[in-house]
Design a protein around this ligand. Structure first.
Ligand code: ARG
Length: 581
């Protein structure tokens, strides 16, 4: 029960019921309170079904009886029956004080959870020696937003990255560079260049004659062996180039405002993964099948999870087993979330089932947060074909476009430097919000122009509303508002004021729901609605020009409260707060 206004209302209902001789469970009552779909009819709608059943009455009769009793209540400003529903409005003076404590520090306070919980969130995971493109940002934005929301919920969070830094793709890329004497141009970003080299290497291999193909295969396999031997020139070059990719990724993370507690690579676990398989083969948990070793998961209808090929080499799943064991050992999370696109669903089902078979109870607390792909307006992206824009280039394009928009609006008042700074913050918010507002299960079409606009469901729109709030405060001729002073909150009796207050009170509930369902998009739409409800209030109610001083003060206080809640919501979505726009 995270919404203090709904908690208050459920208490009022429970007490009223009790005065009628009916005992009701407060949690049940709380769960039966919704936002009234028609704001002019009420703030809240109480569904009488469940509680009526509990009281052994028919919902209509029960509703009438309860409605009459609630009319006597002095914390309720309006109550009306609508069939089995009761529509209610609480006096604004009842809701607002509940919000002040939470926002006393200028930010909405972090929740203290009733039961502590430790989350491990794995996200991002781009492969080194490959391009990073806009599609990759969906993963990090999802993972990082989830981390922020969980932390607000008071949980302990450990964010880990996991790069694919070995195997065939890496060998191909390095083989190509060394065989055909390629080198990056002066001043070119080396990580981006590596991605291009990988694309070129696949083109080279695909265009090979049969004799060349044989030759290339031998060359690539020699490079692979060289890297695996962990010594010699190929290994040294692998280490050097891998860092180029990691540096490029970190440049993107900085731009996106994404951070990790640890950066892990496949090569950190590959050695251990082989011995784990041998250990569990000896224990009789894994079996041999046609020369290979793996877990028989047919009882779970998941087939055979191959862990050692007949040549003795491990696979992607093998490393995932070792990675999970390392996490259970070192971090001991209560829940481990893997943010990975939905093409890997079967892989994770197999990995988790294998861990279960190995006797790790933590397997049941591993969760694959699968998300859909990102497409461009021209369709799907594929780094093998090289039909994608490398991420750093795209960031430049976004910022240039944002600068153009700002120059049109503000070139008379802002310096070029100011325009460039704000352009960066706007383009980040366009990407962060564009990627998070969509349900993980739905596709996203990346659309730079519409994501960058100040109107509609965009990150820049939220920034614009926040800046408008700051500007209202600057323009006020009254003293700065002190929320702990005497404020006549109950003067806020307009529908838009009541709606805004009820929405503010729902903040922590929405954080919690988004965490529990692993759907940060729900919090994004909460934030968008918050901005829209503020705009509705701003349109309906004069603020600085209101002649009645105590009403003016109450409205200014509501503006301040909105600033606190919207600002914290933006922090949780990593949308930079901009004070002037
Ligand atoms: N690097 C992998 C890829 O690009 C994703 C890694 C997902 N995480 C994992 N634990 N397997 O496909």
């Amino acid at each position: 029960m995270f919404d203090p206004s709904k908690v208050l209302l459920s208490q009022i209902i429970v007490d009223t019921l009790s005065s009628l001789g009916i005992t009701a469970d407060r949690e049940r009552v709380y769960q039966s309170i919704e936002f009234c779909p028609q704001p002019e009819l009420g703030q809240y709608a109480f569904k009488t079904f469940i509680v009526a059943k509990q009281a052994g009455m028919n919902p209509m009769e029960f509703g009438t009886k309860l409605c009459d009793a609630l009319k006597q209540h002095n914390q309720i400003s309006s109550v009306a029956q609508a069939g089995p529903y009761i529509n209610l409005i609480l006096f604004s003076g009842e809701i607002a004080p509940l919000l002040i404590d939470d926002g006393a520090s200028g930010d909405v306070a972090v929740i203290t959870p009733s039961v502590p919980h430790r989350y491990m969130i794995e996200h991002s995971q781009p492969n080194t020696h490959k391009e990073m493109h806009i599609g990759h940002t969906r993963n990090s934005v999802l993972g990082d937003t989830l981390c922020r929301l969980l932390k607000h919920n008071g949980y302990s969070v450990f964010a880990q990255n996991y790069h694919g830094d070995e195997g065939a793709h890496v060998a191909k890329c390095i083989w190509y560079i060394r065989t055909f004497n390629q080198s990056p141009a002066e001043g070119q970003d080396k990580g981006t260049w590596l991605g291009q080299m990988y694309v070129d290497s696949t083109a080279k291999i695909e265009g090979a004659t049969p004799e060349e193909a044989e030759q290339y295969k031998a060359g690539i396999s020699a490079v692979l062996k060289g890297i695996e031997s962990r010594e010699g020139p190929d290994y040294a070059y692998w280490k050097e180039t891998r860092q180029w990719s990691l540096d490029m990724f970190h440049e993107v993370y900085d731009w996106l405002d994404v951070s990790f507690d640890s950066d892990c690579c496949e090569s950190d676990v590959s050695e251990e993964s082989i011995s784990v398989v041998k250990e569990y083969l000896d224990k009789g948990v894994f079996i041999r099948s046609e020369g290979a070793v793996g877990a028989d998961l047919s009882d779970k209808k998941l087939g055979f999870c191959m862990l050692l090929k007949s040549d003795g080499n491990g696979l992607y799943a093998t490393k995932d087993i070792a990675l999970a064991l390392k996490r259970f050992r070192e971090q001991n999370p209560d829940t481990c979330v893997y943010v990975v696109d939905n093409r890997q669903s079967h892989h994770f089902k197999q990995v988790f089932a294998t861990l279960d078979k190995m006797g790790f109870p933590q397997a049941n607390r591993c969760y694959h947060l699968a998300y859909e792909m990102v497409e461009t307006k021209n369709g799907a992206m594929s780094s093998r074909k090289g039909n994608i824009v490398p991420i750093l280039g795209l960031i430049d394009e976004l910022e240039a476009q944002a600068r153009g928009i700002l120059e049109e609006r503000y070139s008379a008042d802002w310096s070029a430097e100011e325009i460039a700074d704000v352009a960066k913050l706007i383009s980040r918010s366009a990407v962060r919000y564009g990627m998070i507002k969509v349900d993980p299960e739905s596709k996203i079409v990346f659309d730079m122009e519409s994501w960058l606009t100040f109107e509609g469901n965009t990150g820049p729109y939220l920034q614009y509303v926040f800046a408008r709030i700051c500007s209202l405060q600057r323009k006020s001729s009254d003293d700065e508002i002190n929320l702990s002073s005497e404020i006549s909150w109950s003067a806020l009796d307009k529908t838009s004021e009541q709606q805004l207050l009820a929405h503010l009170a729902n903040f922590n509930e929405m954080v919690d729901v988004s965490c529990t369902k692993l759907k940060p998009n729900m919090f994004a739409s909460y934030t968008y609605d918050l901005a829209r409800k503020f705009n509705a209030f701003y349109a309906e109610c004069p603020i600085n020009s209101e002649p009645d001083a105590s009403l003016r003060q109450a409205r200014a206080a509501l503006v301040r409260l909105t600033q606190i809640y919207l600002g914290t919501a933006m922090d949780l979505l990593a949308i930079p707060r901009i004070e002037r726009m």
